[in-house]
Ligand binder design. Structure first.
Ligand code: DC
Length: 243
């Protein structure tokens, strides 16, 4: 059931950040929390994925900063709340099907373009402009450090790399868990996640770190619903005073 808080004036806009590495569960948690509160789910990974997608489509180098930006110039990034179920829809000019963004090569590409300072600056501007008029649950790698260091609520989700890989694989291959094929895919995914983690943690601009003042949830031993409830229960007492 949604707890829909009608927030209208600027002072009433609330920002919740959820940071975490790939596969930490932050997207699903951010989506569920946003839907419960009636806030926009601002998935910043989609912005980096869009940059990577259009750069690859135009066959440019993912490390050529000006080409990466040029490939997405004049595109409008929209995060809109669907009144029917309070879920958030992401759309961007020229992208027919958002599911293209969830491919593995696009994820790796996003991690590469995410190392570029000008790309990060443009992405940060997009994120701040969405939160200018809307309460948001912003998820990312630098949401509570760079984009909104003064957010009202900051969360950090962590989980071991093997747990994160297993969760990802179960989403697609739950029927073959325990087989050689599953184990082979698992080893490959662990390596891929480690590669992405290393890049996200060691990049010069806005490296991924645990935001100061954030509430950390180690999710290995919690169910998805328990993590959602932990976030909601932290946030709702203060929400009551804001509306
Ligand atoms: O959250 P995600 O898995 O969709 O992100 C894909 C990649 O995009 C991630 O590996 C690094 C980059 N990214 C980033 O650099 N900063 C963010 N705030 C979000 C994503």
């Amino acid at each position: 059931m949604a707890i829909f808080f009608q927030l209208t004036s600027r002072e009433q806009i609330l920002i919740i950040t959820i940071d975490g590495l790939a596969g930490s569960g932050k997207s699903s948690v951010a989506s569920a929390v946003a839907q419960r509160l009636g806030f926009i789910h601002l998935n910043s990974g989609l912005i980096y994925r869009t940059f990577a997608y259009f750069t690859l489509l135009s066959e440019h180098d993912l490390l050529d900063e000006d080409s990466v930006l040029a490939s997405s110039i004049n595109r409008k990034f929209d995060f809109t709340l669907k009144p029917s179920d309070l879920s958030t829809e992401f759309s961007v000019t020229g992208l027919e099907d958002v599911s293209f963004l969830h491919k593995r090569d696009i994820a790796q590409g996003a991690s590469i373009v995410g190392t570029l300072p000008k790309v990060r600056a443009v992405s940060t501007d997009i994120q701040r402009s969405v939160a200018n008029n809307n309460s948001v649950v912003l998820e990312g790698r630098d949401a509570g450090t760079v984009v909104f260091p003064n957010a009202e609520f900051k969360f950090y989700l962590s989980a071991s790399v093997s747990e994160r890989a297993i969760r990802r694989l179960r989403e697609i291959y739950s029927d073959i868990e325990g087989t050689d094929k599953f184990n082979k895919l698992l080893s490959e995914l662990v390596l891929e996640l480690e590669e992405r983690d290393n890049r996200d943690i060691s990049r010069e601009v806005s490296p991924h770190i645990i935001p100061e003042g954030s509430f950390e949830i180690v999710t290995d031993n919690f169910t998805f619903q328990e993590v959602v409830e932990a976030v909601i229960s932290k946030v709702t007492p203060s929400l009551g005073n804001k509306v």
